[in-house]
Ligand binder design. Structure first.
Ligand SMILES: Cc1cc2nc3c(=O)[nH]c(=O)nc-3n(C[C@H](O)[C@H](O)[C@H](O)COP(=O)(O)OP(=O)(O)OC[C@H]3O[C@@H](n4cnc5c(N)ncnc54)[C@H](O)[C@@H]3O)c2cc1C
Length: 419
């Protein structure tokens, strides 16, 4: 975006006109007095900003909703930025409009929030994915890292880093979320016991400061633990309240090619948590450890067979999950192709210390990508099954969204085993 003196003067003139308009605007009483008094689209000051991307004022319904399907807040406009400067000039204008406009701005990553966090009623939603994959850069060396856009999906970050045999250290279970979206939360999966959540694995951020009260004027700032540290630590896990993350520098490590993926079941909660705690505190342990609850699932182990091999097929076939509340411990161990026997010995030793139901040990060997992208693969399979009946599919999508959203935290993993 080029802010020429002419466009600046133009913007100023438009702003003046808009303020005159706003002073004569009567708020819609149905919506409440705190709602923004948004200018009509024709004279919208956002319409005349000089941008690389563009604003959309119609067809904004797609960002009025999120994965939770519980809150619906239509925005006034959607910004589809194609440069960081698009975001900066927009936030600057909102700031200059002053608090009386009540105009709020929300960054939207992949829209997988559950409670409307990426929505802005009567405000402006910035669709971060349109910022695109500008200059993805992997830096190899002793402490490798990758520089990516805040609107980039983690699955793409994985594929880009793997080209150098590297990968981020900490993940979410589901990779079709944006870098800015999960860094504004925490980003948690089974690597967090070792590396911390994703926000612990960031070296630096580029941020356009947001309108939060009177702070933030749409300035583009770089921050890290050493530079603008308050902004850096505020933005990480800050739900977009401190600024829009336009770029992130993320730590990488050498990626394994293959992993051993293991699941076992418990019926006693205390035994399950004690074993889990033992594993995460052990010096030599698995590389990924997670637990989840499974309630009253018919044919659970039979379904696991599509992705895993039972250690004892006969006993596994006799196990019934019906009506039971079960606790699943899920683990992976990175495979060292040069020393497979060592991995085998380590896995065996660790499993021998666990008190799971013996007939429920299931294992498989899969590529690192296959393991990390496990949730998407099964979602795709499930959706394709449902798509056979379009009508049913549409109805189930509506019903399914909140359930699936919950399932990531409850870890009800039926969707992950291609059932
Ligand atoms: C199916 C599913 C699986 C999930 N799995 C996991 C999981 O395994 N682990 C986990 O930790 N979480 C998980 N989540 C939760 C998920 O991490 C958060 O909901 C995350 O915020 C979603 O990312 P998103 O890109 O969709 O962000 P959005 O939902 O679009 O945005 C989330 C928040 O971040 C803000 N934001 C978005 N982009 C930016 C940006 N660039 N700069 C500043 N603020 C921004 C938004 O305004 C909003 O407040 C899951 C959610 C779903 C629905």
């Amino acid at each position: 975006m080029k802010t020429t003196p002419m466009s600046y003067l133009h913007n100023r003139a438009v702003k003046l006109l808009m303020l005159l308009f706003l002073s004569s605007f009567t708020a819609n009483t149905n919506l409440g007095s705190n709602l923004p008094s948004t200018p009509p689209i024709k004279t919208s000051p956002f319409n005349v900003l000089s941008l690389d991307g563009h604003f959309e004022f119609q067809d904004t319904q797609r960002v009025a909703n999120d994965f939770g399907n519980r809150f619906r807040f239509p925005p006034y406009a959607v910004l589809r930025p194609e440069s960081v400067s698009d975001i900066a000039v927009t936030l600057k204008l909102v700031y200059e409009m002053g608090p009386s406009s009540n105009l709020t701005v929300a960054a939207r990553g992949h829209g997988h929030s559950l409670q409307g966090q990426a929505q802005a009623l009567g405000g402006i939603v910035i669709e971060m994915e349109s910022l695109g994959s500008r200059e993805v850069r992997v830096h190899v060396g002793e402490f490798p890292y990758i520089d990516v856009s805040g609107g980039e999906l983690w699955i793409n970050v994985l594929h880009e880093s793997l080209k150098q045999g590297l990968a981020p250290k900490s993940w979410t279970d589901y990779l079709h979320l944006t870098v800015g979206g999960t860094l504004s939360n925490a980003g948690v999966s089974g690597q967090a016991f070792r590396h911390g959540p994703q926000i612990n694995n960031v070296r630096g951020l580029e941020i356009v400061t947001a309108k939060s009260g009177n702070a933030g004027k749409g300035e583009m700032l770089n921050c890290s633990p050493e530079q603008n540290a308050d902004l850096f630590f505020g933005a990480l896990g800050g739900l977009g309240q401190f600024g829009i993350i336009t770029r992130a520098r993320i730590n990488l490590e050498t990626a394994p090619k293959m992993v051993r993926w293991i699941r076992v079941l418990y019926s006693d909660f205390s035994t399950f948590t004690e074993d889990q705690e033992m594993l995460i505190s052990a010096k030599t342990t698995f590389d990924y450890i997670e637990g989840f609850v499974i309630i009253n699932r018919t044919g659970l182990l039979n379904n696991w067979r599509s992705s895993f091999d039972p250690e004892d097929p006969l006993q596994a076939s006799k196990f019934s999950s019906d009506g039971q509340t079960l606790y699943c411990l899920e683990m992976t161990k990175n495979l060292n192709p040069d020393k497979p026997h060592i991995t085998n010995m380590e896995v065996k030793a660790l499993l021998s210390r666990l008190r799971y139901i013996s007939s429920t040990l299931f294992q498989s060997e899969v590529s690192y990508v296959e393991f990390l992208d496990r949730v998407q693969a099964s979602e795709g399979f499930r959706r394709s099954q449902l798509a056979r009946n379009t009508d049913l599919f549409e109805r189930l999508q509506i019903l399914d969204a909140p359930r699936k959203a919950m399932s990531y935290s409850m870890r009800t993993r039926d969707t992950e085993t291609n059932e």
